[in-house]
Design a protein around this ligand. Structure first.
Ligand code: AKG
Length: 288
């Protein structure tokens, strides 16, 4: 894998964001973008415990996809307060993924403002993500091919991202949004996954208040270096081809995948995992 640093800037106007990043679909990190928001002072794990401690939240760990679970089905539930205690006391794989906490706890919405940056952000979908020290978010892209503004709080996080045109090298699982889960994207085994040698992407490290812009359909793998949390704001894709793919995923693919899990069970998951390797190697003419 060839990873270059995501470009970083200290501030940006709407015009420049559109011209240099949104139109050409290039990622960027804006350092301390959130520094003007009340969230910059307030948002910490202690504050989340205070305002949302009693909320029951869905949790995911890094177990491989099983036919017994539905598409994106949580692995456990816990009170937010107990979850934050866990995050603060020991490393844990439990993560909160794609949770609309701001709907459950509306006062959090007063802590930030919607950036005026040339994106039509979807007001109903400010999603929060939490992770413990060392927890990893498998390599995936988002079902709706949105443009994503990803803000990080409290701790440090590393993000490895790839443009959609790198999909051929990433061992994509058919009928899903993920790459092979047994690839260690921190230190890939190129003997086992030779196609990854060709993949060209970006890496960046986010700290409290930083914002990463991920263009439409970008693959992302995230590692929480300390306990922390992030908020993603999203704008639906502007490219028609991505809108069509998003509609296909939302209205057909995930239901088809759930149906096949019920019909074929684990065989369906195993077949898809095998196909990810066959398809990738065939496209690149690799014979192992
Ligand atoms: O950082 C995370 O926990 C996951 C973030 C993510 O997948 C997203 O923003 O779409």
């Amino acid at each position: 894998m060839l990873l270059e640093q995501v470009p970083r800037i200290d501030e940006i106007s709407k015009e420049d964001f559109i011209k240099y990043y949104l139109d050409p679909q290039r990622p960027v990190v804006v350092n301390k973008f959130a520094s003007d928001w009340p969230a910059y002072e307030k948002w910490s794990l202690d504050y989340m415990r205070e305002v949302a401690g009693e909320q029951e939240v869905p949790l995911y760990d890094d177990r491989p996809v099983s036919y017994k679970d539905g598409f994106n089905q949580p692995h456990a539930r816990m009170k937010m307060g107990a979850y934050i205690d866990l995050l603060e006391t020991k490393p844990t794989n439990y993560r909160i993924f794609l949770y609309n906490l701001l709907k459950e706890v509306p006062r959090l919405q007063k802590d930030f403002s919607w950036p005026d940056i040339g994106l039509k952000l979807v007001r109903q979908l400010p999603m929060l993500f939490f992770g413990g020290k060392g927890s990893r978010v498998f390599m995936h892209f988002d079902i709706d091919y949105s443009n994503i503004l990803h803000f990080h709080f409290h701790g440090k996080k590393q993000c490895v991202i790839f443009p959609p045109d790198q999909s051929d090298y990433l061992y994509k699982i058919p009928h899903s949004l993920i790459a092979r889960e047994d690839i260690d994207f921190d230190d890939p085994d190129y003997e086992q996954w030779p196609a990854l040698r060709h993949a060209k992407g970006y890496i960046t490290n986010l700290e409290h208040g930083d914002m990463l812009y991920m263009p439409e359909g970008y693959w992302h793998y995230m590692k929480y270096e300390t306990p922390g949390f992030s908020m993603s704001l999203r704008a639906f894709p502007r490219r028609t081809s991505n809108l069509i793919k998003a509609a296909y995923n939302v209205f057909f693919m995930r239901h088809f995948d759930n149906y096949m899990r019920r019909i074929k069970g684990q065989r369906w998951i195993d077949e898809k995992n095998a196909k990810a390797v066959i398809n990738t190697h065939r496209k690149l003419g690799i014979n192992l």
